[in-house]
Write a protein that binds this ligand. Structure first.
Ligand SMILES: Nc1ncnc2c1ncn2[C@@H]1O[C@H](COP(=O)(O)OP(=O)(O)OP(=O)(O)O)[C@@H](O)[C@H]1O
Ligand SMILES: [Mg+2]
Length: 533
């Protein structure tokens, strides 16, 4: 044939333009746009599509269409899916993946002149919908590796002569490189996102599990707890750990994870109280790109990160109501969606939850769903406060005296009987964490190898405030205690002279209590010392 369209030079220029675009443009749609304009005046084409195989599905990667252009905010895949991937009736095998398989096996281009009546395309609903009449499907390969196929379509029944087919095969070759690059790039991006998520989770792990491992104590109360841990660890049952602040709920949660067949997988911790209300759902379930202002990238949630492992929901009583609904669904069906997403994801993470509040009370107050409470409370473990297991105090104190002695390079031999007696006496409102802090301070202060009374700086304010039995403390008493501490610290929560230190609780815990009781901490600024004016 001597058609002037197919002169050597015209073909050469087209090929060059496509190769150029394939090398320089990152998104496949714009590579296909370049292919389309290079073919203009050479081979009439109405639409181009690039697809690959993912499992037993044909996955459309990018399209070019004259009649239906891409929307501004649409990704390559979303656009391609909108145009090509018409899902058939549910439970039907995905449309003709064999077409691609045959392409891979034969390595030969498929030319179809009468698409509507070709049985191989019967399953392609989109082909009918778009009105494709003639089609060239060329394989995309990098060396011996099959990558996918590229389809050139006409909406008129105009058969492709061999010369046109050859040109299409020629321009397909550089497209293969672009597709391989785009797929590799997608994979790298997904891997990187996953790594970042995991790093973030790991970082928090390191911050919180300084003293991971040893659970010290021999009291009946603690033994009963450890026995329950042992019984439940090997099951996949949900566990609800309750207990005052600093009693050891988190190390119990870790012990459950370590004793389970999930020990090799991560334990992922979420502090439900530390997160801004609007962010909890996204933290737990992840979000899609653009789900809300600031959601610049798609992010995997903690439930996804905990796959095969355990998710530890700390301060679960502080979950906002909408998230309670979503968590209930996870516990019942193992299903959830990312924020802003429509795809239903499944999780097999084991749930261990903890709370330092009386959840039943919170349920009665109407701030926690009772159905969720029952789902969480499958296997409750209550960790008693330290003042109810006084026998543990000397053991824990000794343990930490040696622990910090080693860390600070001081040879600590023990604690004097007088000091031990005082430690047993004190009510420990901050429980083990407070005891741990007192011992650490004593190791710093001591001049000899034995910790004595003078080394113990037990906060007297906390002692006074904590003396009334704390167990039955209602919101009023709790409020008075916190307000007294805030008054003494002039509204400061954290730091050496802060109210948290005085009360023997972590600043984050006190902050959440202040928020819950709606105490105005700023009202205490400058109150104790009077105004300076
Ligand atoms: N039996 C124990 N033996 C040794 N260390 C303990 C024991 N119980 C608690 N600890 C230590 O006390 C500190 C507080 O424990 P943990 O964080 O588990 O308490 P918690 O109940 O989760 O506190 P909060 O309610 O404030 O979150 C940790 O450093 C932990 O290692
Ligand atoms: Mg905790």
């Amino acid at each position: 044939m001597n058609d002037p369209r197919w002169s050597g030079e015209a073909k050469y220029r087209a090929l060059l333009a496509v190769a150029e675009a394939a090398n320089s443009r990152r998104d496949l749609s714009s590579v296909l746009d370049a292919v389309a304009s290079a073919l203009e005046g050479l081979v009439p084409i109405d639409a181009i599509g690039v697809m690959t195989r993912e499992g037993d599905r044909i996955q459309p990667l990018a399209v070019h269409s004259r009649s239906e252009p891409r929307r501004d905010d649409e990704s390559d895949r979303a656009y391609a899916r909108r145009l090509i991937d018409m899902p058939g009736p549910p439970h039907e095998p995905p449309p003709n993946v064999e077409v691609l398989e045959r392409l891979e096996r034969s390595g030969e281009t498929l030319v179809v002149d009468d698409v509507p009546h070709d049985p191989r395309f019967a399953g392609f609903a989109a082909v009918k919908r778009v009105g494709v009449e003639s089609l060239v499907l060329a394989p995309l390969a990098m060396g011996a590796e099959f990558i996918g196929g590229i389809a050139f379509a006409r909406l008129t029944r105009t058969p492709f002569p061999p010369e046109e087919v050859r040109i299409l095969e020629d321009v397909s070759r550089p497209v293969a490189t672009a597709v391989a690059n785009a797929l590799a790039f997608e994979e790298i991006r997904a891997l990187r996102a996953r790594l970042e998520d995991e790093n973030r989770a790991l970082q928090e792990e390191i911050d919180t599990s300084a003293a991971a491992g040893g659970i010290i104590g021999a009291s009946d109360g603690l033994r009963a707890v450890l026995e329950r841990v042992e019984r439940v660890a090997g099951t996949d049952s949900t566990v609800l750990i309750s207990g005052e602040t600093g009693t050891g709920k988190e190390i119990i949660a870790r012990a459950i994870h370590r004793g389970s067949r999930r020990a090799e997988r991560p334990l992922i911790k979420v502090n439900c109280a530390a997160l801004a209300e609007g962010l909890v759902a996204s933290e737990l379930f992840g979000h899609e790109k653009g789900a809300f202002t600031g959601a610049l990238e798609r992010r995997r949630g903690r439930f996804e990160l905990a796959a095969g492992g355990t998710i530890f929901l700390d301060e679960v009583g502080d979950l906002p109501p909408p998230v309670q609904v979503a968590l209930l669904r996870v516990l019942q069906e193992g299903e959830f969606e990312r924020v802003g997403g429509s795809q239903t994801l499944r999780t097999d993470a084991r749930v261990v939850a903890a709370t330092n509040r009386d959840l039943e009370e919170v349920v009665r107050e109407g701030r926690f769903r009772s159905d969720l409470y029952f789902r969480l409370n499958v296997f409750p473990i209550h960790v008693p406060p330290l003042r109810e297991r006084v026998e543990d105090i000397p053991l824990i104190a000794e343990y930490y005296a040696h622990h910090y002695g080693r860390k600070m390079g001081k040879a600590i031999r023990g604690i004097t009987p007088a000091a031990t007696a005082q430690l047993r006496e004190y009510p420990w409102p901050g429980n083990v964490r407070e005891l741990q802090n007192v011992v650490e301070r004593a190791v710093i202060l001591t001049r000899g190898g034995v910790l004595d009374l003078v080394d113990l700086e037990i906060p007297s304010l906390a002692a006074d405030l904590a003396r009334p039995a704390r167990k039955a403390e209602g919101p009023d008493a709790e409020r008075r205690r916190i307000e007294a501490a805030l008054a003494a610290s002039r509204g400061r929560v954290s730091g050496t002279d802060g109210a948290a230190e005085a009360l023997g609780v972590p600043a984050s815990t006190l902050e959440s209590q202040i928020r819950r009781l709606r105490i105005d901490k700023h009202a205490f600024r400058g109150r104790a010392s009077g105004s300076k004016h």
